[in-house]
Design a binder for this molecule. Structure first.
Ligand code: SAM
Length: 472
């Protein structure tokens, strides 16, 4: 065995699992202080460990023997738990998931941000812990991922087709899902029906290595109003197969208000540069929130947990402390959902976003909702959110910012410092980059309130909302 392998392959016995760490892994710590990240344990377990990777300050490994099972454990509901990367925390009680999510936000803001924090407002948990996702994207594969038991068994495997999720980190390996508990039952019925029909009609599934096959991806969007969008992506045009499958869906599921397809012959399966063709119904569905309607097309961004998005937006609006007099900037506005949500409590809202079609949607939605006190601009935040822009559109009383996972560019943070708005509400899906940005804002702002929000039960992801006030 090479020296490197020797250092990576170690066994540890009777190690307590003490924490839940980054990317949904748990953290075990030996008496000698060695730190090991594990995929298959829960804080509170005591385990024997086999490590397989050595990093600078920790190991990665697997629990091989469980001496004590944690009180935080619960029975996963899904038979694919452990293989599918969709819900890494199904084996942990929801109460514990919330505990560790809140802990992560508090620790990131403290350790990375070095911030002086008030008492955390307890995490807003999700009423629905399963079946909450309004958008699902599944892939077809001609050669499905086989489990270890299947490989080890002597049984000849006839059925190789898969319709499901990518195995984490593997672009060409799809796990076939017999069940999925993340989206509403109707979505599950549609997915299983597509699979059964395609099998019966012998429509070929995509082979990403050989670039063959017909069926490529299936996207479902389900709004809280009960409207459904189905988008099927084909690798090549096979008119007979395409029409038979789309007709099958049209006749079997009257809830489908938007039935669309894409013929995508390029190497990757992202749809953003592809023409989406409407086969039946409209090219959009509607989502509703507090009397507002949002038009959602195949390419639109919309928060994937509609009920928790409502909670997140209420917390954001509450933190903004609006009286009706304020000029509000909504940075990274997407399709302008936050901007429209706060508009009736503000004098005017200015939304900025880099994706031009999202801005078109934002304008169309505002018009559709009869909102006349919003203005939207498309462009990179660094280029649009400038001193000249602020001079032209007015200095905001409140800035709401909801950047992507990477957080804000340092030039945008510098502009916020130069602007010195009285209040900033910072919404983030990554409290580590949020903490980094807050550390920079710290010279001029103090954290007045902060609250984590759980948008994605059964996963380690957590949203964090922070209210900053200018130090006078
Ligand atoms: C987390 S989403 C927020 C969406 C919106 N606030 C909502 O709740 O629906 C972040 C948004 O930032 C946009 N974005 C990413 N990088 C950007 C940049 N450099 N300049 C402007 N917008 C950007 C993305 O397109 C995305 O719509």
């Amino acid at each position: 065995m090479s020296k490197r392998r020797k250092r990576a392959n170690k066994t540890f016995e009777n190690v307590p699992v003490v924490d839940a760490g980054a990317k949904g892994k748990s953290v075990a710590k030996t008496e000698d202080g060695a730190v090991i990240f594990l995929k298959n344990a829960v804080p509170g377990d005591v385990v024997d460990i086999q490590t397989f990777k050595k990093r600078k300050s920790y190991f990665e490994g697997e629990a091989t023997v469980f001496h004590t099972l944690s009180d935080r454990r619960t029975e996963p509901v899904c038979k694919h738990f452990g293989t599918c990367g969709g819900c890494k925390w199904q084996h942990m009680s929801y109460e514990s998931q919330l505990f560790f999510k809140q802990k992560e936000v508090v620790e990131n803001l403290t350790r990375i941000g070095h911030l002086e924090l008030p008492e955390v407002t307890p995490i807003a948990g999700s009423e629905e812990q399963y079946y909450y996702r309004n958008k699902m994207e599944f892939s077809f594969s001609a050669s499905r991922w086989l489990t270890l038991e299947e490989i080890q068994s002597e049984v000849q495997i006839e059925d190789k087709k898969a319709l499901g999720f990518h195995i984490p980190g593997m672009w060409d390996k799809i796990l076939h899902l017999d069940e999925c508990h993340l989206h509403p039952a109707i979505g599950e019925q549609i997915r299983l029906s597509v699979h059964a029909f395609a099998e019966a009609e012998q429509i070929e599934y995509f082979n990403p290595r050989e670039k063959t096959g017909v069926l490529r991806t299936l996207m479902l969007r389900m709004s809280s109003t009960g409207e459904i969008m189905v988008v099927i992506q084909f690798f090549k045009e096979d008119e007979k197969a395409r029409i038979s499958l789309l007709e099958h869906l049209k006749n079997s599921f009257p809830q489908i208000k938007s039935l669309q397809y894409i013929i995508n012959e390029k190497a990757n399966d992202t749809i953003y540069d592809q023409e989406v063709i409407c086969y039946d119904g409209r090219d959009h569905i509607f989502e509703e929130m507090e009397g507002l309607q949002f038009k959602i097309n195949a390419k639109s961004f919309y928060q994937t947990n509609s009920k928790q998005a409502f909670e997140l937006y209420k917390i954001t609006r509450d933190f903004a402390g609006l009286t009706g007099e304020e000029l509000v900037y909504d940075l990274y506005t997407g399709t302008g959902t936050i901007a429209q949500f706060v508009a009736k409590k503000a004098n005017h809202v200015v939304g900025i976003e880099s994706v031009p079609v999202a801005i078109e949607d934002a304008k169309a939605n505002a018009a559709h909702n009869g909102i006349d006190n919003t203005t939207f601009f498309a462009g990179d935040m660094r280029d649009v959110f400038t001193a000249d822009f602020i001079a032209e559109h007015g200095a905001p009383d409140v800035v709401i910012t909801d950047p992507p996972r990477d957080g804000m560019h340092k030039d945008v943070v510098a502009q916020l410092l130069a602007l010195a708005a009285p209040r900033i509400v910072y919404v983030s899906c990554n409290s580590a980059t949020q903490a980094r940005d807050l550390a920079l804002l710290n010279e001029q702002y103090k954290v007045v309130k902060y609250q984590p929000v759980d948008m994605f039960p059964q996963t380690h992801h957590v949203e964090s909302v922070v209210l900053l006030e200018i130090i006078k």
